[in-house]
Ligand binder design. Sequence first.
Ligand code: LLP
Length: 489
Amino acid sequence: MAHNPLAPEWLSSPADANTLDAALWPSSAQRSDTGAITIGGVSAPDLAARFGTPLYVIDETDARTRATELRAAFDTEFARIGTTVKVYYAAKAFLSTEVARWMVDAGLNIDVCSGGELAVALAAGVAPARIGFHGNNKSRTEIDEATRVGVGTIIIDSPIEIVRVAEAATRNGVVQNVRLRVNSGVHAHTHEFLATSHEDQKFGVVFEDAPALVAAIRAEPSLNFLGLHCHIGSQIFGVDGFAESASRLLSLHAELLAGGPVPELNLGGGFGIAYTSADDPSPITDLAAGLADIVSAECARRGIPLPVIAIEPGRVIIGPAGVTLYEVGTIKPVRIGENTRLYVSIDGGMSDNARPALYGAEFSVRLADRVTDAAPALVRIAGKHCESGDIVVDADYLPSDVAPGDLVMVPATGAYCWSLASNYNYLGRPAVVAVVDGEARVIVRGETIDDLLARDAGVYFDKLSTASTSSTNGTGATRSTDEMKETTR
Ligand code: LLP
């Protein structure tokens, strides 16, 4: 079939618009006998009937397995070169108490970047010593709380924080382990990286200033310097940017050894995942091997001992494990010249997936309640918000008989979708359901209109009638409180 000029260059019409590309979907995703997509053995129509739509669905086994396999890959590769690695799960990608426990079960530590994320990790029962605390503007209260509960490491992000953390540690009678975040000058995005000598960004300290700042840290009796930290970006496909950054960091690391011990080096997170069939990220085993090789070679070249390595991946663990389930509401063919794009509007949008609007991110979509042999049609999945940039999937193909009432699923939404969700247009944030072995359970309940109105100080609660018992979700305007029970349980 000729390429539809309305589609991006990389997207061609598939022979079958029902197939699930294994690179994009949770490992348990498949079509049932009826043609519906099942995740963790639970079918899309069952999920929609029990919990409503939109709905975030996480394949628990897939998330746990990715965490375990990532850790095993890094353990193996860094053992090969003669050191060990600490893996922190970057909670900003997705955090709930359940997911924090899955990560700890897999042997991971937890990286948080606010008092709120810290509170969730602690509520999950994560041992404080396993927590790393980030942020370019941690409040004094957050720093005090972190040192009081005994978080394992605080990542110092600016000169002013040296004093703040030292004072808080003294107040709480602890010696606080700290890292210093530096700008390595390397930026990476997908498969390319850019290296600059001067950084114009808010995170970390200027590379050349690091030795003096480490001396200041070492001079504080309430601080224990663990090592340097850097994070070069997110959704990175290849190893080159990480290698360049590790090499730069190790030159600084070697210099710092003259003034005292530097037991660790944190290389941050950022490993990319596939959102569409055009994406081709490096396998995690290749990244682990590549990073181990560069660390080994750089340390040997400088004649310095191998540090313990720390990494902080988020997306690569939880991203592919999650999908979002929507119901189709309206369909509109839009003719542009000789070609047609089908606008398919769903009952969520930029409030549950801000990534396309924020970053121009691409996603893909499949019909989730059935298969059909109707010819593929170029579609754009639009949300229900009052904003033309409210697009969830810019371009993909669905069977051309897609109709109102159909269910669609968008894969690879486990990271930075729920955590970036908003209440724009007073849509409630959807529930998060974990599926495993044919069972589904709510791990974060969805918001109702009551939740949203509860924060409005001017509400006449006695005047509320039907509105207060309805879901705020698209199709859910008529759903009653009873029907919402499963979601809110
Ligand atoms: N460590 C630090 C210091 C970070 O800033 C981040 C992500 C990570 C680790 C984890 O990166 P990951 O492995 O998940 O790529 N909202 C954006 C991504 C923001 C990433 C922020 N920092 C997106 O949706 O693409």
